[in-house]
Design a protein around this ligand. Sequence first.
Ligand code: SAM
Length: 318
Amino acid sequence: MRDQYGREINYLRISLTDRCNLRCCYCRPEVAQQLAHSEILTYEEILAVCRAAASLGIRRFKVTGGEPLLRRDCVFFLRKLKQLAGCGKVTLTTNGILLPEVLPELVRLGLDGINISLDTLDRQRYVQITGADRLDEVISAVSQACAAGIKVKLNCVPLQDTSEAELLELVTFAQKLQVPLRFIELMPLSCNNAVQGLSGSEIRSRLTAAGFTLTPDKTIYGGGPAVYYRLDGQTPVGFIEPLHGKFCSCCNRIRLTAAGYLKTCLYGHSGVDLRELLRSGADAAVLRQALVQAVSQKPLGHDFEHAPAAFTMNEIGG
Ligand code: SAM
């Protein structure tokens, strides 16, 4: 599918649930009302959307949340998705806490990759950021995932008060395990206006000040917008800079929220309510038509730099 600006849309992010076992200060800081189970798409409904999407050229599927592994039978869903005709890569993004118990099954079903969120290796800071004392479990999950042979990437959202020492610890950890580490600029939401992120260039300056040499790395490590550098010629470190390195002009993605709304841009509301369509008996042709129509209206770009977005990230999946 191409949108009105000629961008090829081939990537769908699917939020399985709005529920999470963490309360990260920049994602969903307040105790928000949760969706009722009846408001969340069933696996059959999500698969119907994925089938339509695959028939229109969507090749990469990222399963997200909330915390996707909190949803019962998440592995069953991942297996079905992986078996879908036309489906290329299926990857998962998780905070890692529940990962070890499902790892063997994820390996067996052929999952193409796992992104694990890890903002710090300092236990007190982890509690401060996420509201939960689960760092040891996450560290162990990362090691187990690497040992299991699944492709792992680490995602970190650095904050203004993330110290140089924390950044160094993260880089060293990633280098030891030889996994790509990506730093993501914090996207301003109305729920996180008390929190300030670090820009990509601020992080690079701090890494340089700490003695690292950053060399641009043109290797393509996935389907995303990260720009990579090698630190001291070693493990690649990526920077995802939605604000200071705006990449909307090459955005290739759409998002399905847990409540079944297909968002064509993370920021705004443009899209289509697929739950309403699905529950009023839409067949595959109607679904395809709705996807094509929504994609054709995909906005040119987000507006995070002018006004914070009015949602919590767990509703959508990042
Ligand atoms: N629970 C899963 C996880 O931790 O990966 C999936 C959902 S979480 C919303 C997906 C990613 O979005 C995480 O890496 C998280 O750090 C990131 N994220 C959440 N809020 C963000 C924000 N305001 N700006 C940038 N990234 C954000």
